[in-house]
Design a protein around this ligand. Structure first.
Ligand SMILES: [Zn+2]
Length: 480
């Protein structure tokens, strides 16, 4: 299924347009076009063969392999001459995290409805709390279902209960937590395992979340009965760990616009190691998302050679913990290096290296998640076209909008999309996602198209904006 471009090992951007640049038929200046031509398949291959090697042990969050990857990315930013994002002069943003393992010993959860009592077995619940949870006969505030309309009632310091379907998504929980309830009960099916450990920011002040799989509770809630709850959950086991986002800034050339930022992001973590005894123990994550990571590095290095930088500043950022729930991206939005209101876009790169997309091979093209949510995709499409790169519409692309790091930025109001070549590909989240299977000439071409779009967004007088699409309302409303 791989495509051959027939251009040898070194692929040059916009072969068709190298003459065009001189005659100004392309959108970019001659020096900008020259910078893009530094994007090289060989360089991408060299970097990815290291990041996705077995030596990095699948770059789980946190792990030694992830740390080595972070050092490598920082070294590339240093080599390119980008400004470090860290106040200490380093390229790192270090997140202090806790690895939390639930302790269900002595667990108790009793719901009372008048005289009726319902005691839930530990097997029916999943707990996320960094501390012990103790409530005695507390009133439960019922959260409305979508069909009932109306907003969420005042819930500060209250115990609240709602359906997993309506309130279990990342976005819904994010909004609920902002209202500072004392405890969140979610009723419905959960994919989590009871004793599974998870990562949380050490200084996060989130309310405990208890997911309850019980028809009886769902029924009681549906019947609007007045519920009271008693809970005891023991303190979990916790371990302090750290993980790092890695970032560098290409300072903008325009005095009026250089304090605005275009983010170019990719997650550099993956799934770590398979259990002992597996024939191949390493989740190499070459396409997911070594490909996005080396593309960020490659585009950064190319744009850093520009004699005159783009008007806005461009921040190149490699994020940890995407596979654990967009952790690095959420961390950044809670601790932004530069103000979010001055962050005009996040262009997030995922799975750019393979063309064997399930719905049909994608050669010389890429796609956006949530393409109708803002005007950024159309703006970038025009720029990419000048480099001979097409933008294709992936069927159901909206459903992928919340499946990568762009989503955390969107929830913070920043116009944010993920660019993808192959959404579903053989070896997805499997040990066989190896660097030898990447189409490097095609990735170089795609990166040229993306880089042209980044330059366009960074130079454009107006910043990109959310559209009037109904689905974009929540992000529009979150704009800083
Ligand atoms: Zn990914």
């Amino acid at each position: 299924m791989k495509a051959t471009l027939g251009c040898g090992t070194v692929w040059l951007c916009a072969v068709l347009f190298t003459a065009g640049a001189a005659t100004h038929s392309a959108g970019l200046s001659a020096p900008e076009q020259a910078a893009l031509e530094r994007i090289s398949a060989d360089s991408l291959r060299g970097n990815l063969s290291f990041l996705a090697s077995d030596a990095l042990e699948g770059r789980g969050t946190p792990s030694r392999g992830l740390d080595v990857a972070a050092e490598f990315i920082a070294a590339q930013f240093r080599k390119a001459g980008l400004e470090p994002i860290g106040k200490d002069g380093s390229y790192f943003q270090t997140a202090k995290l806790l690895r939390v393992t639930p302790n269900l010993e002595g667990f108790q959860l009793t719901l009372r409805d008048g005289g009726d009592e319902l005691e839930l077995p530990a097997g029916d619940i999943r707990v996320r709390s960094v501390a012990a949870v103790d409530f005695r006969d507390a009133a439960v505030v019922r959260l409305p279902e979508a069909s009932e309309g109306g907003g969420v009632p005042a819930i500060r310091d209250k115990v609240v209960a709602g359906s997993m379907r309506r309130y279990g998504t990342e976005a819904a929980l994010f909004k609920l937590q902002a209202e500072r309830p004392a405890l969140i009960l979610l009723i419905g099916r959960s994919r989590e395992r009871a004793e599974e450990s998870w990562l949380e920011e050490r200084d996060a002040a989130n309310a405990p979340v208890i997911r309850v799989t019980s028809e009886a509770v769902a029924d009681a809630l549906g019947e609007h009965r007045e519920l009271r709850v008693s809970v005891h959950v023991a303190a979990p086991r916790t371990e302090a760990v750290v993980a790092r986002n890695v970032g560098g800034i290409l300072r903008g050339a325009d005095a009026a616009l250089r304090d605005q930022y275009v983010l170019v992001t990719a997650h550099y973590d993956h799934l770590g190691l398979l259990p002992e005894g597996s024939p191949d123990r390493v989740y190499n994550g070459a396409n997911d998302n070594g490909s996005g990571t080396v593309s960020v590095v490659e585009i950064a290095a190319a744009l850093a050679t520009l004699p005159v930088h783009p008007r806005r500043s461009v921040m190149f950022l490699a994020l940890y913990g995407e596979e654990e729930g967009l952790l690095g991206a959420f961390y950044y939005t809670r601790h932004p290096v530069e103000p979010l209101r001055d962050t005009v876009a996040d262009i997030n790169l995922e799975q750019l290296g393979r063309t064997d997309e399930q719905s049909g091979a994608q050669v010389g093209s890429f796609s956006f998640t949530g393409p109708s949510y803002s005007n950024l995709p159309a703006l970038m499409e025009d720029a990419a076209k000048q480099e001979g790169v097409k933008v294709y519409a992936k069927r159901g692309a909206d459903a992928y909008f919340d499946r990568s790091d762009n989503y955390a930025f969107a929830l913070a109001g920043v116009v944010a999309h993920t660019i993808v070549v192959a959404y579903e590909f053989p070896d997805y989240h499997a040990a066989g996602d190896e660097w030898q299977k990447i189409d490097y000439p095609n990735m170089a071409k795609v990166d040229c198209g993306v880089a042209a779009g980044v330059i366009g967004i960074a130079n454009r007088a107006e910043r990109p904006g959310w559209s009037d699409a109904k689905e974009a309302a929540v992000y529009r409303g979150a704009r800083k």
